[in-house]
Design a protein around this ligand. Structure first.
Ligand SMILES: [Zn+2]
Length: 80
């Protein structure tokens, strides 16, 4: 049980258990889904240009795409 120090994430597309941030896996195994995430970047930039706070952007985008704000944040930070 001591191996659970690191958070295990389940791939939302195939259910594989992934120990590390799973974007590398998504990019490799589910390229179409990964492409969709690039929309998040565009939206984030749009909202930022409208003067929204980062945390609000993550919440709003998460609600639009039915994704946890943390996931949006992770992706945007990794790709900006
Ligand atoms: Zn997968």
């Amino acid at each position: 049980m001591s191996e659970d120090d690191e958070k295990v994430t389940e791939c939302p597309y195939c259910g594989a258990k992934l120990r590390h941030p799973y974007w590398a896996h998504v990019q490799e195994k589910h390229p179409e889904e990964y492409q969709k995430k690039e929309t998040w970047i565009s939206l984030f930039k749009d909202y930022k240009s409208m003067g929204m706070d980062d945390s609000i952007c993550y919440t709003v985008i998460g609600e639009l795409f039915n994704a946890p704000p943390d996931e949006v944040k992770f992706f945007v930070e990794k790709n900006s």
